[in-house]
Design a protein around this ligand. Sequence first.
Ligand SMILES: C[S@@+](CC[C@H](N)C(=O)[O-])C[C@H]1O[C@@H](n2cnc3c(N)ncnc32)[C@H](O)[C@@H]1O
Length: 343
Amino acid sequence: MFKQDIESIVKSIITSETVKEHIKCAANLSGYYKKITVNKYSNDNETLVKGGVALSSSGAADCVDDYLRTVYFIKGIHKALTKLCNDFPERSINILYAGCGPYATLILPLLPLFDKGRINAILLDINASSIQSVHNLISVIGLEEYQLQLIETDAITYVKPDDFIIDLAISETMHYGLTREPQVAIVKNLIKQLPSHGILIPQEISIDLAYTFFDYEPYLKNAINEVKGRNELQPYSHRVFIDRLFTINKELFSSPGYELKFISNFYELPDNFINHPDVCVFTELKIFDDIELKTAESYITNPYCIVSIYGLTGYSGIQLEYDFSEIPKWSYKLKERTVSNPD
Ligand SMILES: C[S@@+](CC[C@H](N)C(=O)[O-])C[C@H]1O[C@@H](n2cnc3c(N)ncnc32)[C@H](O)[C@@H]1O
């Protein structure tokens, strides 16, 4: 019965078209997980890794309630899996899911839509209790016939088995502005192990620099009650786009110079910044193909303010640095204003 229920919820997610429908079916998925989970999840097992902080089991479970995130990832992964099944009709599809959390939200609901012989998945999480929870859910829902390996490990250093050619790599281990959580370090490790035909999800994470009024930008504070789709979100009208700083995708780490940090160019600071006094980064995701998650549609795409220009008036330029060697963070360097000689 639990299997039929989840199959019907996931079908409604895949066919849902409006934001209202997305919210309704994501709430159903969240309610479903709460109903079939007996134990409470711990909120004191956050884990520090060399690349960020892995959320506690309770924090990871709550991600299902970031409604548009959940719906768009499930839609994107369904589309990618369908493509792979069509491209390789004679064999099973190998999925590596890094950071599955206690619900394995981005893959478990989709399984009943695919023949058990077509799926071969490895699910990783650094939290033992999350892995244990996924084990329990597999048997409660009745998904034991699928080839699923669950491994408690650090996805930043994990090496796949030689005979497991990854067709689809999935990780959603991110916080807004790519701060705090280890998305970039994990993706860097996955990309190294991905063959040329392999699909990475999210396909692209774009980080843009803008000068704006942070307080007037759309920002999602409560994904259960206040979620809005892109058509309803009004970007601040005086935002000034400065540059795309980088895009995390399959190609990125094959270029030299991106070991553990990204360093931008120097950008001129405006003399008149009254309408756009904040230096901010904006995150957008292409999950797969035409399925995208835009600014402030989810917690993970909320804008992030780096510094106010009011404190930088003695300077003419700013350079940004994103460092993901430890807990990912943004910092900046400034260029002094040159004082012109009146003679
Ligand atoms: C943001 S939660 C997402 C959970 C679930 N995938 C979802 O989308 O709802 C990220 C999960 O990744 C796990 N995680 C973070 N860093 C990890 C790492 N380095 N190795 C393995 N798991 C990690 C956390 O423990 C957490 O369960």
